[in-house]
Every structure is written in structure tokens, then in C-alpha cells.
Design a binder for this molecule. Structure first.
Ligand code: FES
Length: 187
């Protein structure tokens, strides 16, 4: 908002406030001196116009802060996240963990890159990758998943859910972390 528009808006707001809040005053002093009433009216107008202008400036500052502080969701769970080619694991290599997106990227010899949602399909615990075992082992009730996310044992009824992936021309991989896009792993 330009200063001119803001000033005009402040004056308009002041005029409106004067009309609204001065109504009862006018009614109460119906028998008072006319000159004094005019002076009082001018003062009220100036005061309210100033207050209106200040109010608009404060509102603008509030909006600006709100925009600045609004969380930037890019790269977070629920959005499409692109993992640079350099972070994509080698075939059967250590899974790449991307915490904001809640997934592991694994690279399979037969089917290529796969994104595994790290939430245990039993009761929802976060499942860590255990390097020494070369498996995902849930700490809550002991469900075990293979490198490719398939179920090995435990109370989990099936394997880790998968997220759709797109392998880009530059070698990077884009993962769709929207929960509604999850692919159920029946193995
Ligand atoms: S929540 Fe993972 S085994 Fe129960």
C-alpha cells in the first residue's frame, strides 16, 4: 500500500470512526454551544484519522511478519522432495535417510531406486535401519523388514509402505511424500 493510499484510508477510517463514535456525544450535548461542538468535532476527526492511519500501519507490519514467519513447507513431509543424485545410494548400499520426508531411499539390483516410508505398518513406530543386520528393525515390537522393505518377521502384517519415485535425467530422484500417494507393500 502506497503512503498516499494509506493516508487516504486513514482519513476515511477516521471520518467513519468520528461519525460512529461521535453520534452518542452529539446526542448527549444537543443543547451545548455550537462553536464548541465544531471544535470538538474537528479534534475528534484529527484524532481518529491519526488512529486509523496508525492502525493500518500496525496491520501492515503484522501481515508482513505473518508472511515472513509462515512455515516454508518445501522439502517437508507431504510434498514432492528431490534427492540429489549424489545422495542416491549405490545398489544395495546404505539407505539414504531423509528425516523431513520420513523416508529411506534404497537402491535395488533388480528394480532400481525405491523410497520406503519409515513408519512401521504395525502400530506406527519409526523404524531405524540397523547397518550391522542389514535390515530395518522396529524397536517397538520387533518387526523386521528387508532392505527392500519387505516383511521378514514380527507383528507387522506386511512390508513397509512405499512412496512413488521419479528418477530424473540428471540422476536425482523425486519422491512423492504425500500420504495419499503411498503404495502398500503386500510382501
Ligand atoms: S510398531 Fe513396529 S512392531 Fe509394533
Amino acid at each position: 500500500m502506497t503512503p498516499l493510499v494509506r493516508t487516504l484510508a486513514g482519513i476515511a477510517g477516521g471520518w467513519l470512526a468520528t461519525k460512529l463514535f461521535g453520534l452518542s456525544e452529539a446526542l448527549q450535548s444537543a443543547h451545548g454551544d455550537t462553536g464548541a461542538k465544531r471544535l470538538s468535532s474537528r479534534r475528534s476527526f484529527t484524532r481518529n484519522a491519526t488512529l486509523g492511519d496508525v492502525g493500518i500501519v500496525v496491520a501492515q507490519i503484522g501481515v508482513a511478519f505473518g508472511v515472513l514467519l509462515w512455515p516454508n513447507k518445501t522439502g517437508a513431509f507431504g510434498t514432492a522432495i528431490t534427492v540429489p543424485g549424489g545422495d542416491v545410494p549405490d545398489v544395495n548400499g546404505e539407505p539414504f535417510k531423509w528425516a523431513p520426508g520420513k523416508f529411506y531411499l534404497v537402491n535395488l539390483e533388480d528394480s532400481g531406486v525405491r523410497a520406503l516410508y519409515w513408519k512401521c505398518v504395525h502400530l506406527g513406530c519409526t523404524v531405524p535401519w540397523i547397518s550391522g543386520e542389514h535390515e530395518f528393525i522396529c524397536p517397538c515390537h520387533g518387526s523386521i523388514y528387508e532392505y527392500n522393505g519387505d516383511r521378514v518377521s514380527g507383528p507387522a502384517p506386511y512390508g513397509l509402505d512405499q512412496m512413488p519415485v521419479t528418477v530424473n535425467d540428471d540422476g536425482s530422484v523425486t519422491v512423492d511424500t504425500n500420504p495419499s500417494s503411498l503404495l502398500v507393500n503386500n510382501y
